[in-house]
Design a protein around this ligand. Structure first.
Ligand SMILES: NC(=O)c1ccc[n+]([C@@H]2O[C@H](COP(=O)([O-])OP(=O)(O)OC[C@H]3O[C@@H](n4cnc5c(N)ncnc54)[C@H](O)[C@@H]3O)[C@@H](O)[C@H]2O)c1
Length: 349
């Protein structure tokens, strides 16, 4: 194995997102998909056929294959923990879909197992690689906002019955709608990405949360509407207002503001107002960033993961950041009955 040799990856799960994950991994130039495993054999065969990879008969076969260096887990949330533990025991690196696990307890077992085995672990919060998110981080780093004082998230969609039943997947299944399998609803399934990239942009972890949420109009027992009051770092205050039952007005917008300016991130791109001359822009005006390079964020995440494997450095969205994200989600869910929850600090590993 050389530092530039492509990482040999087995794709575990050939459902909805696996189509993109496996294809972009293969396209990244840094990794190859050597085989595909899915309990749905047709889905596995179809994806393997597209990638000219082999089909595995079992997870034991994957983990016993000397030519597999890493697993890419695109499976339901309740499988992430056991599949990661087994991969670590077999000495395979792990790329896992978000969220890391359904509970912090499982997350800590996964992190410990990977550390003990000396394998790398990273979670697919690759929206960090979207050019508008990278730009937002750069503007914050250059001081466009001053001291950050507020963060607001608005996220609304309409998710129909088919979404919860997996109707658009190659393997229809209702795991998304069941708390015992998914760990949570719209917050854990979708808004978790936003929570991750706000942390990435601002460098501020959530420190305290209080949430109201319910399932008002969807199958299963996970939330389809949630409102969270949050404290970020030791100073900033904000809120998350999200639902997957709002018809006809999809919205995804984040506002981050501080003593010197404001950033707004939405479907149109990014806009900045700053009282400082940042990024060569005139102060005291609103500046819109509307065009960005067309990049594959998943491939970028895979490339950085492979670099981390080959050089022994910290992978992108590794254990600590994945743990922080899950601590936010778990604390928000717990706060409905517990009252405002102080989000635990990440252990020192
Ligand atoms: N990063 C993103 O933008 C994004 C988008 C969608 C989903 N996801 C995440 O990806 C993961 C999978 O979601 P999905 O929408 O693709 O789900 P899905 O239900 O469409 O696919 C899951 C696949 O796993 C397979 N599977 C189930 N048990 C298995 C086992 N024991 N061994 C091997 N395969 C097994 C199923 O047959 C199915 O094909 C979840 O963690 C989800 O949150 C991420």
């Amino acid at each position: 194995m050389t530092a530039t040799e492509p990482l040999k990856v087995a794709a575990i799960g050939a459902g909805g997102i696996a189509q993109r994950n496996a294809t972009e991994t293969a396209r990244s130039g840094a990794a190859t998909i050597v085989g595909v495993l899915d309990v749905n054999m047709k889905a596995a065969r179809d994806l393997a056929g597209k990638l000219k990879a082999r089909v595995f008969a079992s997870y034991d076969e994957v983990l016993g294959s000397p030519d597999v260096e890493a697993v890419l887990l695109s499976t339901p949330h309740d499988l992430h923990c056991e599949q990661t533990l087994a991969a670590a025991r077999a000495g395979k690196h792990v790329l896992v879909e978000k969220p890391l696990a359904t509970t912090l307890e499982d997350a800590e077992r996964m992190i410990a197992a990977c550390r003990t085995a000396g394998v790398q672990l990273a979670v697919n919060y690759s929206f960090r690689y979207l050019p508008k998110i990278q730009k937002a981080k750069e503007l914050v780093r250059e001081g466009a906002l001053g001291d950050i004082t507020g963060i607001q998230v608005i996220a609304h969609q309409f998710k129909d019955l088919g979404y919860w039943m997996g109707a658009r997947s190659t393997s229809p299944d209702d795991w998304r709608s069941l708390k015992a399998r998914s760990g949570g609803g719209f917050l854990m399934m979708n808004v978790c990405h936003t929570i991750d990239y706000l942390y990435f942009i601002t460098g501020m972890r959530g420190t305290r949360v209080y949430a109201e949420y319910a399932n008002l109009a969807s199958p299963g027992d996970v939330e389809d509407i949630i409102s969270v009051s949050c404290r970020w770092g030791d100073r900033a205050i904000g809120s998350i207002c999200a639902s997957s039952i709002l018809r006809g007005a999809d919205t995804a917008e984040e506002r981050i503001w501080g003593t010197k300016g404001t950033l707004v991130i939405n479907e149109s791109g990014l806009s900045m107002y700053s009282t400082r001359p940042v990024d060569g822009k005139r102060p005291g005006r609103l500046h819109a960033y509307r065009t960005f390079p067309d990049v594959s964020w998943t491939a970028a995440w895979v490339r950085d993961f492979v670099t981390a494997v080959r050089t022994g450095t910290t992978p992108p969205v590794g254990a600590r950041e994945a743990w922080e994200n899950l601590a936010f989600l778990e604390s928000a869910y717990a706060s409905l009955t517990a009252g405002p929850v102080t989000i635990p600090e990440c252990p020192q590993w």
